[in-house]
Design a protein around this ligand. Structure first.
Ligand SMILES: [Zn+2]
Length: 278
């Protein structure tokens, strides 16, 4: 139990798993398949979360604790879903309701209803409609923003960056009839400049990926999450529910992240879509 925060032994006291899901389906299109779990696996994972004694709390409770507000319960966890796949309404919501679990759904507004032919997701993608988003909001799911077109924000120039971050919030407020406050970076990527624009646009928190546990000491502008993928096996997931198997944020941005960003900036110029979609 004597693991050092940031180390890979574990479990670490105060480690908060913020699980990141995308699509939950049996027959995903190939572009999202590596980031899709089956409904059976998803239900099994929710069972593991509950059986492990984790307490799933709303994202806002984690953010409040990070800002020095009310402390989290022991062994807190958070559920998040990115992009806005239609299976959230059909498959995920009934399970969340059955288990009484709160969740945050980060929506790419340009993909709502499937979006246009040249939208952020490939034609034929089954995405939530505006009406379904209203239903989810009414059912108590927190709706958050995930830009309009799902770009890598840290390689965008200032104007388009402002528009992606600001317009998505205005569109969601228009659909839901109230402000939304939680933002997630597409692909998890941000930079100091991106985080500043997100704050200016009125968002009050922003989720990254980082493949790490969050904590009350983590940065609410780059909340660490653990991405659940098609190949996340049972042992790995169980380890996560024990607070082990990944580092605990905060930890400094690594050399790898900076080198990776330079590589991606090059790729972005080549307009290679969905290379690292998340
Ligand atoms: Zn995404």
């Amino acid at each position: 139990m004597a693991a050092v925060p940031g180390g890979r032994e574990g479990p670490v006291a105060g480690a908060v798993p913020v699980f990141l899901y995308h699509s939950v389906a049996v027959d995903p299109p190939s572009w999202i398949a590596p980031f899709t779990v089956s409904p059976r696996t998803f239900a099994e994972q929710l069972g593991m979360i509950v059986d492990s004694g984790l307490r799933v709390v709303p994202l806002r409770s984690l953010v409040a604790a990070q800002r020095g507000g009310e402390a989290l319960p022991e062994r807190a966890a958070v559920l998040t879903f990115d992009d806005g796949f239609a299976d959230f309404r059909a498959t995920v919501l009934p399970l969340l309701v059955r288990w009484r679990l709160p969740a945050t759904l980060y929506v790419t507004t340009g993909g709502l209803g499937g979006g246009p032919e040249d939208g952020p997701f490939p034609p034929g993608s089954r995405m939530l409609s505006r009406g379904q988003l209203g239903e989810l909001d009414a059912a108590g799911v927190e709706i958050g923003g995930h830009t309009r077109t799902h770009p890598q924000l840290d390689v965008l120039p200032g104007g388009p960056l402002r528009e992606e971050v600001g317009e998505c919030g205005r569109e969601l407020a228009d659909v839901l009839g109230h402000e939304v406050t939680a933002f997630a970076y597409p692909h998890g990527y941000s930079s100091r400049a991106v985080r500043a624009r997100v704050r200016e646009a009125g968002w009050t928190s922003a989720a990254a990926v980082r493949e790490a546990f969050s904590s009350a000491a983590d940065d609410p502008w780059r909340i660490a999450r653990l991405m659940v993928r098609a190949d996340t096996d049972r042992d790995r997931f169980r380890e996560w529910t024990r607070g082990a198997g990944a580092p605990v944020a905060p930890f400094p941005e690594g050399v790898r992240t900076k080198g990776w960003r330079a590589y991606r900036r090059t790729r972005a110029r080549l307009h290679v879509p969905y290379e690292a979609i998340a």
